[in-house]
Design a protein around this ligand. Structure first.
Ligand SMILES: C[S@@+](CC[C@H](N)C(=O)[O-])C[C@H]1O[C@@H](n2cnc3c(N)ncnc32)[C@H](O)[C@@H]1O
Length: 193
């Protein structure tokens, strides 16, 4: 895969305000996938395909199923997958995550869609991750913002979203799941199955 073309795609996403994973997050996920010899990934939230392409570039042999509900982003992602000739390595579905049904079992689930929906997304797809696999959730620190401050600042929607991220964090903490939090990028949570 052409590194310069990938860099241009990243610059284009940043220029057009399309939210994409940070490089250090992708480095971490790429090395985790390589270390554990994982092969299959289900990603919630494709945007324009930057994270899928970057992981494929880092890992090499990988089969990624990724879901995006925004039509323009989906079309852009499909164009990018064509340009990068990903062929069967990346399958992209244009639909809402809630409408996606599968009986397949993946090595890795990446949750990177609507941040307020982390918990329902986790509950919906956790059983589609095989034993020994993991679930990765990005933006757990959400730029270091907290819901109470956002509420004080009258940023209602932001406050609700932050509150849901915090509640999801508390839910994981009070569970008996094996997990790690990493101060990588915007905060990563890895739940081990
Ligand atoms: C943070 S971006 C994904 C970035 C991408 N993973 C990357 O790093 O290149 C989140 C994407 O999830 C999509 N999204 C949010 N909620 C969704 C849902 N319920 N179903 C499908 N896609 C959703 C948004 O349209 C947005 O493009």
């Amino acid at each position: 895969m052409n590194e310069d073309a990938l860099k241009s795609l990243r610059e284009e996403a940043l220029r057009t305000n399309i939210p994409i994973m940070q490089e250090e997050t992708l480095d971490y996920i790429g090395s985790l996938i390589t270390r554990h010899q994982y092969h299959t990934v289900l990603e919630l939230g494709t945007a324009i395909g930057y994270s899928s392409l970057s992981l494929l570039h880092r890992v090499g042999q990988l089969s990624i199923t990724t879901i995006e509900r925004d039509e323009q982003r989906y079309l852009q992602a499909m164009e990018n997958f064509n340009v990068f000739r990903t062929r069967d390595s990346i399958i992209c579905h244009w639909m809402d995550v809630y409408d996606f049904e599968t009986t397949a079992c993946f090595d890795v689930l990446i949750i990177d869609a609507a941040k307020a929906q982390n918990q329902p997304f986790y509950e919906r797809f956790k059983d589609n991750v095989r034993s020994g696999g993991c679930i990765i959730i990005d933006n757990m620190n959400f730029h270091g913002l907290d819901s109470k401050q956002a509420k004080k600042d009258h940023r209602r929607n932001l406050s609700i979203m932050l509150d849901r991220i915090e509640k999801f964090d508390a839910y994981i903490e009070s569970s008996d799941l094996a997990y790690n939090r990493y101060d990588i990028g915007d905060g990563l949570l890895v739940i081990w199955k």
